[in-house]
Design a binder for this molecule. Structure first.
Ligand code: TLP
Length: 343
C-alpha cells in the first residue's frame, strides 16, 4: 500500500550525502571540547543565527529546557503562549527542571498581544513572583505553522528590554519562518536573547538542535547540558549531517510550503473539512473536521487504513505536515483518498 506520512517533518530521514558525511566525520571527545565537527557545526550555527555562540543539543526540547534553566531562577514566572510547545509538550519541564511558574497567555493564531504581555509582567511586590523570561514560538506549531512577523518579534523584544527580561525564541522551525517572509533568519533572531532551532525537522538531519545566544549564556547552558546527561562524546557523527542541513536544506523548505498550500487547496474543497487555505504560511496544515460528524482520531484511523498518516491533535483538529519525502503526487493522492473516504 502507498503510504503518505504527514504526521511530522521530524519523520524525515538523513539523505545519502548526510550518511556519507556521518561515515567520514572527523571526531573527538566533545565533552573535552575536542570534536572538530561539532565545533564547525556550532560556529556555523552561531553565525547563521547572528549570535556569539551556539551549542549542539540532542533535541529541541533539550534546547528549550536549557534556555529556561540558563535564563531564570527558581520561583520566577515565564510568560509564554498557551498553545506553545514549551508549555504543553515538554513534560512540564519548566516546573520540574527550572522550578518556574508558567504564565500562559492566549494568543491570536499563536501571536501574543503586546498589551496582554504587558499586563502579565509582574511589578515589584513582595507577594509576586518575578517575571524571569518571555518565550515566543516561531513558527507556531499548534497555530498551524503560523509565522510571527518581524515587527511583532521586535515589539515583544523592546518591551522585554524595558523591563530587563530576556526573550527566548523557540525557533524549532525558524528557517520556515524566514523562507516565508523572504528574509535572512537573523532578521528574526536579532529580536531574542537566545534561540533554539531544530536540525532534525524539515532540514532532514537525523538528530539534534542548536541553542544559540551570547557566550556567557551558552557557557551556562553547556554546564546544564552536562548536568542533565547531554554531554556527548564523539558527537561529530551526528553533527556532520547537521552541517549539511544548514548548508543545503534550508532553501528547499520553500518546496514544503508549496506542497502545504497544494494540500490545503485540495482539502478545502472537500465537504465537511474546514480550513482557511489563505492562512497556511509554511509546512503545517490544520484541518477542522467538526462538520464531518466524526471525531478527529476516528478519521485519522480511517485515513491510516488507506495509507494516509496524520495526527489528531484534539477532538476536532487534524494536523498535516509536509516535508522532503512527500511529493506533489503524494499530496494529490492524499487529497483524492481523503475525498473518497468522506464522500
Ligand atoms: N514538535 C514535534 C512534536 O513534539 C509535537 C512535532 O512533531 O511538531 N518546539 C516546537 C515548536 C516543536 O514543534 C517541537 C517538536 C519542539 C520544540 C521539540 O523538538 P524535539 O522533538 O526535537 O524535542
Amino acid at each position: 500500500m502507498r503510504i503518505v506520512d504527514f504526521r511530522s517533518d521530524t519523520l524525515t530521514v538523513p539523505t545519502e550525502e548526510m550518511r556519507e558525511a556521518m561515515y567520514e566525520a572527523r571526531v573527538g571527545d566533545d565533552v573535552y571540547g575536542e570534536d572538530p565537527t561539532v565545533k564547525e557545526l556550532e560556529e556555523m550555527a552561531a553565525a547563521k543565527a547572528g549570535k556569539e555562540s551556539a551549542l549542539f543539543v540532542t533535541s529541541g526540547t533539550m534546547g528549550n529546557q536549557l534556555a529556561l534553566l540558563s535564563h531564570t531562577k527558581r520561583g520566577e514566572e515565564v510568560i509564554l503562549e498557551e498553545n506553545s510547545h514549551i508549555y504543553n509538550a515538554e513534560v512540564g519541564g519548566a516546573a520540574f527542571l527550572s522550578g518556574l511558574q508558567p504564565r500562559p497567555i492566549k494568543g491570536n493564531r499563536g501571536i501574543m498581544d503586546l498589551e496582554d504581555i504587558k499586563r502579565a509582567i509582574r511589578p515589584e511586590d513582595i507577594h509576586f513572583p518575578r517575571t524571569g523570561l518571555i518565550c515566543i514560538e516561531n513558527t507556531h506549531n499548534m497555530a498551524g505553522g503560523v509565522v510571527i512577523p518581524v515587527y511583532q518579534m521586535e515589539k515583544v523584544y523592546s518591551l522585554a528590554r524595558e523591563h530587563n527580561i530576556p526573550v527566548h525564541l523557540d525557533g524549532a522551525r525558524i528557517f520556515n519562518a524566514a523562507i516565508h517572509i523572504g528574509c535572512d533568519v537573523k532578521e528574526l533572531t536579532q529580536y531574542c536573547d537566545s534561540v533554539m532551532f531544530c536540525l532534525s525537522k524539515g532540514l532532514c538531519a537525523p538528530v539534534g538542535s542548536i541553542l544559540a545566544g551570547d557566550k556567557s549564556f551558552v557557557d551556562k547552558a553547556k554546564r546544564y547540558r552536562k548536568m542533565i546527561g547531554g554531554g556527548m562524546r564523539q558527537a561529530g557523527v551526528i553533527a556532520a549531517p547537521g552541517i549539511i542541513a544548514l548548508e543545503k536544506m534550508v532553501d528547499r523548505l520553500e518546496e514544503d510550503h508549496k506542497k502545504a498550500f497544494g494540500l490545503a487547496a485540495g482539502l478545502s474543497g472537500i465537504g465537511g473539512l474546514t480550513l482557511d487555505k489563505e492562512r497556511v504560511d509554511t509546512n503545517i496544515v490544520m484541518v477542522d473536521v467538526r462538520n464531518t460528524g466524526c471525531k478527529a482520531h476516528e478519521l485519522t484511523d480511517v485515513f491510516r487504513e488507506k495509507g494516509i498518516l496524520a495526527v489528531a491533535i484534539n477532538e476536532r483538529m487534524i494536523r498535516f505536515v509536509t516535508h522532503k519525502y512527500i511529493s506533489e503526487e503524494d499530496v494529490q493522492y492524499a487529497v483524492d483518498t481523503i475525498r473518497g473516504v468522506l464522500s
